[in-house]
Ligand binder design. Structure first.
Ligand code: FES
Length: 62
């Protein structure tokens, strides 16, 4: 995973959320409140899964 700021500002670490039955604790300032509510992407450097499970797509391919 690529990253830069590690503070939730740049968005380089953003991963796709394929599915989740839990709650994402979005701690970044990169995504808008609307984007955070959609739970389709998260900044992995600062955001967390607060409950449940999630399948994420890091974009990394072998
Ligand atoms: S590394 Fe910049 S938002 Fe995560």
């Amino acid at each position: 995973m690529i990253f830069d700021c590690q503070r939730g500002k740049c968005g380089l670490c953003a991963v796709g959320i394929i599915e989740t039955d839990g709650q994402i604790d979005h701690r970044d300032v990169f995504f808008s409140e609307e984007e955070k509510h959609e739970n389709k992407r998260m900044c992995a450097c600062v955001s967390r899964l607060a409950s449940g499970k999630a399948v994420i797509d890091t974009g990394y391919r072998i």
